[in-house]
Design a protein around this ligand. Structure first.
Ligand code: FAD
Length: 317
């Protein structure tokens, strides 16, 4: 199968979702190819990186492609796909991907599935998704088609084998667009992407109050990590929504997940179980989180965490 991923980048940075899409493409391509389309201005450096993960990197550079514009980007994609019919097109389930995926699906007359967490190509195309706000996980068989468009949840396909491909530069002058890029507005200061953090200190309902979050923040700072939360913490407004881990939040795979007073409900565990090292602190020895943790401390976080902070401060001198 020919699996195409659409590369995503913004303000000079490649979104790691692009490599995740290629990991998936390489896993399902069979005897076929993993290919990635890179559109922009002065993006050759990304092509050199992507060629380590794709059999082919298509690069289209033009002045007018500097900023993401679904109209011009779609125009470029159409021209590539005209002579190179994809079996599956993968985009990130991001604001970028969700803007382009439906337009692409219409152009290609392809079935589309969004927020996909697994793809099985052994017998037709079967995708796995969460439905009813994550209450159920379903396998959906897509209507047979020549091409499919799938948007893939971020943080799921982090690992994969590298391949060594080639770069194909295409000379395209995109058609005029009605939309114009006006301004890039930086996200609020302090916003973090928990899916990209190496160390995630996660607070659960047992943190009791917004004012206690600073305890976790202090620990995260000592460890060089970020603070995330379980759903009750987010529902209570103690942390912003983009810090939620779990099926109705984000999937994380950090080097270290440290859970503070998190019980380990199924819906939470689905979003962190693939972390490299899981350590949990909970006063209930029967808490399910200990079932997925490699190390556990049975104790009160309000006693254990200050002690940890003190010991880390001593270690750091
Ligand atoms: C459709 C649906 C989607 C959901 N999606 C998500 C999701 O994406 N993410 C998510 O996290 N949840 C999700 N949930 C909720 C999930 O079912 C759990 O209710 C939630 O994960 C529990 O969060 P918690 O562990 O923080 O709280 P609790 O289950 O209340 O656990 C608190 C834990 O803290 C311990 N504790 C309390 N005080 C202390 C202390 N001082 N020191 C040490 N330990 C202490 C307790 O022993 C307990 O184990 C979803 C639920 C549904 C129905």
């Amino acid at each position: 199968m020919r699996i195409f991923a659409i590369a995503e980048h913004r303000m000079g940075e490649l979104n790691p979702i692009t490599l995740e899409l290629l990991n998936l493409a390489n896993a399902i391509k069979g005897d076929g190819t993993s290919e990635v389309v890179l559109i922009g201005k002065d993006v050759s450096n990304f092509a050199n990186e992507l060629v380590k993960y794709a059999d082919k990197v298509w690069i289209a550079e033009h002045e007018s492609l500097e900023y993401f514009n679904p109209e011009t980007y779609l125009d470029v994609l159409n021209r590539i796909f005209e002579g190179n019919k994809p079996d599956i097109v993968l985009v990130g389930n991001t604001s970028y991907g969700l803007e382009i995926a439906p337009l692409l699906a219409v152009k290609l007359s392809a079935p589309i599935a969004t927020d996909v967490v697994n793809v099985d190509v052994s017998d037709g195309i079967v995708v796995t998704k969460y439905i009813f706000q994550g209450k159920l996980m379903v396998d959906m068989r897509l209507k047979p088609s020549e091409t499919y468009v799938l948007s893939i949840r971020q943080g799921i396909f982090k690992e994969g084998e590298g391949v060594s491909g080639k770069i194909e530069r295409i000379d395209i002058t995109p058609s005029e667009s009605k939309r114009k890029f006006v301004q890039y507005i930086e996200p609020e200061v302090g916003e973090v992407d928990i899916t990209q953090a190496d160390i995630v200190v996660t607070v659960g309902r047992g943190i009791e109050d917004a004012s206690n979050i600073e305890l976790a923040e202090e620990l995260a700072e000592k460890l060089g990590g970020v603070v995330a939360g379980s759903r009750p913490v987010i529902d209570n407004g103690w942390l912003p929504k983009d810090r939620q881990i779990g099926i109705s939040g984000k999937t994380v795979k950090p080097r270290l997940y440290l859970g503070l007073a998190v019980s380990g409900a199924f819906q939470h565990v689905m979003g962190m179980k693939d972390s490299e090292l899981i350590i949990a602190i909970n006063k209930d020895p029967e808490a399910p989180i200990f079932g997925v943790a490699q190390y556990g401390i049975v104790g009160d976080i309000f006693e254990v965490v200050p002690e940890l902070i003190e010991q880390l401060s001593k270690l750091k001198g």
